[in-house]
Design a protein around this ligand. Sequence first.
Ligand code: ADP
Ligand code: MG
Length: 240
Amino acid sequence: MIAIDAISKSYGPLEVLKGCSTRVARGEVVVVCGPSGSGKSTLIKCVNGLEAFQSGTITVDGVSVGDRRTDLAKLRSRIGMVFQHFELYPHLTVLQNITLAPIKVLRRSPKEAADKAMALLERVGLADKAARHPAQLSGGQQQRVAIARALAMDPIAMLFDEPTSALDPEMIKEVLDVMGELAAEGMTMMVVTHEMGFARRVADRVVFMDGGRILEDAPSEAFFAAPSTERARGFLSKIL
Ligand code: ADP
Ligand code: MG
């Protein structure tokens, strides 16, 4: 579903991705971890074209992200992205947050979009919050709305960039549980997270980055049982 081949990217003179390659098969969950500044966010943003890269190729469902002829807006509308900060529209209700893009971009009828939004809110356990505004919800609830909003576009894959790192500890689980259910339903997912319990339970593979390079790319059991690099061992010993 996602093929990343020899991606390099610089911000000015600073090379932040140095030939990264990995693949995410359909239905697979890949956790990306590594120290701060290692290039995780940059890599994930390259996948849906939010950041340009200088060399290498990325294809998503066979569509080349870096190709000038690719309709990036269209590709992006098919890839769900959930960030650390939920970025819901504060002036809209929860329901309107979810129905906006399906109505505007997918040309769904308001009724159809609302029915689907309600089903998604049910799924993330927030059906009773449809008429609220984001500020009236907890951080964990807002993040679950952000996930429902992404799912409303029927994405072919979901990208998460530290979705729980701005949340209080008691809210982390409710978001990770929703993500775990999504994974169990077969969603293709690339997840930047430091939640190693989630990685162990849910991820098929773990990618470990350091200094703009992918140092490890292994099935999660193998990664946690015995990381093959000293850097990954050091990283795990600090955060576990
Ligand atoms: P991570 O998500 O692993 O913490 P990032 O991908 O955010 O790492 O950043 C990788 C490197 O790129 C860091 O050195 C960071 O300072 C740098 N960087 C990120 N975004 C920009 C930007 N817009 N301009 C310049 N440098 C950036
Ligand atoms: Mg980051």
